[in-house]
Design a protein around this ligand. Structure first.
Ligand code: PNS
Length: 169
């Protein structure tokens, strides 16, 4: 059985993330979406909120599991008995960071490989930080995230008036 871990901050999950989850669910027997807990980027949403949002937008996929993780990604991958890490590649600007991560992970855990899915062109510009920034300025984010997530982002941003969400992928 081929098992993949798709790790990230998902603060919040975007349509680009959903596209990668759906495509990897067709390739792999099981995909575990790993939500990083202790993120130095101080996320807008708590890890529980991010996990719940991911669960609600992936409920139609039977081979997807959502789990929070802390510490090294390779340790989480081993704990899940997964075969590979999946990451999305949007543009050349992602490449350097992704290469560094995948090479580092292979040095610390030589059996852990990373496979990359090129992001759907429709979402090649999209990031969670852009979504948060647009929401901060009361823009419409429904083209970038699931309608349910759009409501949650707007509510969260409003509840934190005056506090700028962090920048991240
Ligand atoms: O969505 P993101 O923020 O681009 O995801 C980054 C993530 C969570 C994949 C990365 O920060 C990560 O793996 N963090 C766990 C700590 C770790 O293993 N660091 C070494 C990787 S080189």
């Amino acid at each position: 059985m081929a098992v993949a871990v798709y790790p990230g901050s998902f603060d919040p999950v975007t349509l680009g993330h959903q596209d990668i989850i759906e495509r990897s669910s067709r390739i792999m027997d099981k995909v575990i979406v790993g939500v990083l807990k202790n993120n130095s980027k101080s996320p807008l949403f708590s890890v529980e909120e991010r996990v719940n949002m991911l669960k609600s937008v992936t409920g139609h996929l039977s081979n997807i599991e959502i789990q929070a993780f802390d510490g090294l990604l390779v340790d989480f991958v081993r704990q899940c008995h997964a075969d590979v890490i999946v990451r999305g590649l949007r543009a050349i600007t992602d490449f350097e960071y992704e290469l560094q991560m995948s090479q580092t992970n292979r040095v610390i855990a030589s059996e852990v490989d990373t496979i990359f899915l090129t992001t759907n062109l429709k979402y090649s510009y999209l990031s969670s930080s852009i979504v948060k920034e647009i929401a901060m300025y009361h823009g419409d984010i429904r083209a970038f995230v699931h309608p349910e997530i759009a409501v949650k982002v707007q509510e969260k941003v409003e509840s934190r008036t005056g506090k700028m969400p962090s920048r991240e992928q």
